[in-house]
Design a protein around this ligand. Structure first.
Ligand code: BJW
Ligand code: ZN
Length: 237
């Protein structure tokens, strides 16, 4: 199976890669779901929704300050590095990530979109202010330098729409791919997960890498069970 996946990837001209929290797990970033997932310890509805932020912005900022602290200490792993190599080899490559940790950029990927935003950016809840801010911790209630309103993390919470430009770019790329490589996602959060079904509908070969079977395994042509940091480098070399 690894050999078939390797050949399909190395011989295609158009490749899209969809990543989720599992690709950063070996770097030391907790995933969301599963035994060691963040959501087991924290109540999502208390933290990753606009309603939660309205109700208790201090608590939500405390959570994000903690996440920033964790992520600041970690480094890209061999899976992130393998995707940088792939971007160099494949003529038409797009990385579509659900992750907000910024590890793909840190590793060196250039042609990529972040579906759920980036934890190192903040945006104003009132005006158009949007800026990178890597300070840790941010004040418990950070304010906008332009209009003094409350700032929020530039991430997409449940019930919020994804940036339409970002989503459109992902959809168009998915509709025009030969191969879709799906790495470390439980494939349950929409609309990100639906991109896998869209690729299948359009005739792409779906290759999945995960430590366990997921919602997407049924439609995947090849599922490689194993850690991304161990499996992915074998597909590239
Ligand atoms: C390894 C590994 C290793 C471990 N190697 N693998 C019913 C049907 C359809 C949709 C909905 C519905 N009910 C509600 C909705 C909508 C909702 C949704 O999808 N909910 C589902 C949970 C049911 N979606 C939304 O609300 C989205 N917005 C939307 O729909 O808007 C509509 C709208 C339109 C117009 C106007 C207004 C609204 C927004 C979704 C935003 C998701 N945000 C989060 C938080 C981001 C910020 C933050 O980080 O704090 O994004 S939630 C969280 O889940 C995060 C992730 O990106 C996302 C996906 O998780 P992911 O990456 O798959 O991680 P895990 O933990 O689930 O899985 C890890 C995987 O790795 C596992 O499979 C492991 O096995 C594997 N693994 N170690 C390889 N070493
Ligand atoms: Zn402002």
């Amino acid at each position: 199976m690894i050999k078939k996946a390797r050949e399909a990837i190395l011989h295609c001209r158009r490749l899209r890669v969809l990543t989720g929290a599992g690709i950063s797990a070996e770097s030391g970033v907790p995933t969301f779901r599963g035994a060691n997932g963040l959501w087991g310890k924290y109540n999502v509805m208390e933290l990753a929704t606009p309603e939660a932020f309205q109700r208790n912005p201090e608590l939500v900022w405390k959570f994000y300050n903690w996440r920033r602290e964790v992520i600041a200490k970690v480094k890209p792993n061999p899976a992130h590095k393998a995707l940088v190599d792939l971007e160099k080899i494949i003529p038409d490559f797009l990385l579509i990530t659900q992750n907000v940790d910024g590890l793909h950029q840190q590793a060196g990927n250039k042609n990529m979109v972040e579906l759920h935003g980036n934890i190192w950016w903040v945006k104003c809840t009132t005006c158009e202010y949007l800026a990178q801010d890597r300070s840790i911790p941010l004040p418990s209630l950070p304010t906008c330098p332009k209009c003094s309103s409350l700032l929020r993390p530039n991430v997409v919470w449940f019930g919020e729409a994804l940036d339409p430009e970002v989503l459109d770019k992902a959809i168009e790329a998915i509709e025009n791919t030969e191969v879709l490589l799906v790495i470390g996602t439980s494939a349950v959060v929409q609309p990100a997960a639906s991109l896998i079904w869209l690729a299948k509908e359009k005739g792409a070969l779906i290759i999945e890498i995960n430590i366990e079977k997921t919602e997407a395994s049924e439609i995947a042509d090849i599922t490689l069970l194993g850690k991304a940091g161990e499996v992915l480098p074998q597909l590239v070399k």
